[in-house]
Each structure stands twice: as structure tokens, then as C-alpha cells.
Design a protein around this ligand. Structure first.
Ligand code: TYD
Length: 139
């Protein structure tokens, strides 16, 4: 898929909720429930009101994004079409294939954005400008 990915390849995955009187528990299992093995987990938190994150694309990295707390919007862009998803449930993840431009905004107060990633952090996997992204898609 890689560079030919489109925003219509993004999918929302609903994970099981182990619901009990004492609270909920959700598990995410490598390759079984998501199409990659998780090599890294990171999370965004304490995001000041009104600030945006993202503003880049990845060449190879695939990600599953979950709103562990609160809510935020993710807009994906493949150079032709855009799609916006609002995430607000800890048992729903947005699967983002490689090579899509993303912007994250409208973070609610106290929100936590957890990302399960298919690769370790590598700056050379980033396309940091929109023109580099479009050139990559057209190559
Ligand atoms: P970046 O991916 O640009 O964040 P966002 O898209 O949320 O705005 O990363 C922000 C900074 O954090 C950047 O300097 C790289 C660093 N970073 C790491 O050191 N390790 C990581 O796993 C990630 C995702 C970022």
C-alpha cells in the first residue's frame, strides 16, 4: 500500500470492552486486532487549549490512534481527498496507513491521545512539509 494509500483506507476499529461494575477494560493485541506489530507507544497529553498537533506524514509508519481520555479530531489527507474523524472513546481506534498527511485539533481539556506505532521513532520517516508529501505521492 504505502505511498498509494488513500483516506478511504483509514478505518475505525472497535475493541471489546470488558464491562464490569468495577469499570471497563479494553485490550489490543498485536497483529490479531490490528494489521501490524506494535513497536512503540506514545501519547500526547497536557495539550494547551486551541493548539494543533501533527502537520506531517510518514513514509512507512502505520499507526492506531486512540482517545484514551477526552476527545479530538484527526483530519487525514491523501492529496486528493480529506476525511475528518472525531475520536472520543477509549475502545475505538483509528487505523492510519502510511503516507497520509494528518492534522490533529480540537483537543478537549485533559484529553490524552495514545498512538500505537508499527515502527520505532525515526525522523527520516517523516515528510514534514506538505509539498514534500505531495511530491512523494506523485513520485
Ligand atoms: P511529532 O511527531 O512532530 O509530534 P506531533 O505530530 O504530535 O506534533 O514529535 C514531536 C517531537 O517529539 C519531535 O521533536 C520528535 C519527538 N518524538 C520523539 O522523540 N519520539 C517519538 O516517538 C515521537 C512520536 C516524537
Amino acid at each position: 500500500m504505502s505511498k498509494n494509500s488513500s483516506v478511504f483506507d483509514c478505518t475505525l476499529i472497535t475493541f471489546d470492552k470488558n464491562h464490569q461494575i468495577k469499570g471497563n477494560l479494553t485490550a489490543v493485541t498485536n497483529s490479531n486486532q490490528i494489521p501490524f506489530d506494535v513497536k512503540r507507544i506514545y501519547y500526547l497529553y497536557d495539550i494547551p487549549g486551541g493548539l494543533n498537533r501533527g502537520g506531517h506524514a510518514h513514509i512507512e509508519l502505520q499507526q492506531l490512534v486512540v482517545a484514551l481520555s477526552g476527545s479530538f479530531d484527526i483530519t487525514l489527507d491523501d492529496g486528493n481527498a480529506k476525511r475528518t474523524f472525531q475520536l472520543s472513546r477509549p475502545n475505538i481506534g483509528l487505523l492510519i496507513p502510511s503516507a497520509l498527511w494528518r492534522e490533529l485539533n480540537n483537543f478537549s481539556s485533559g484529553s490524552i491521545c495514545m498512538v500505537l506505532a508499527s515502527e520505532i521513532y525515526e525522523e527520516k520517516d517523516y515528510l514534514r512539509t506538505y509539498s514534500d508529501f505531495i511530491n512523494f505521492k506523485l513520485k
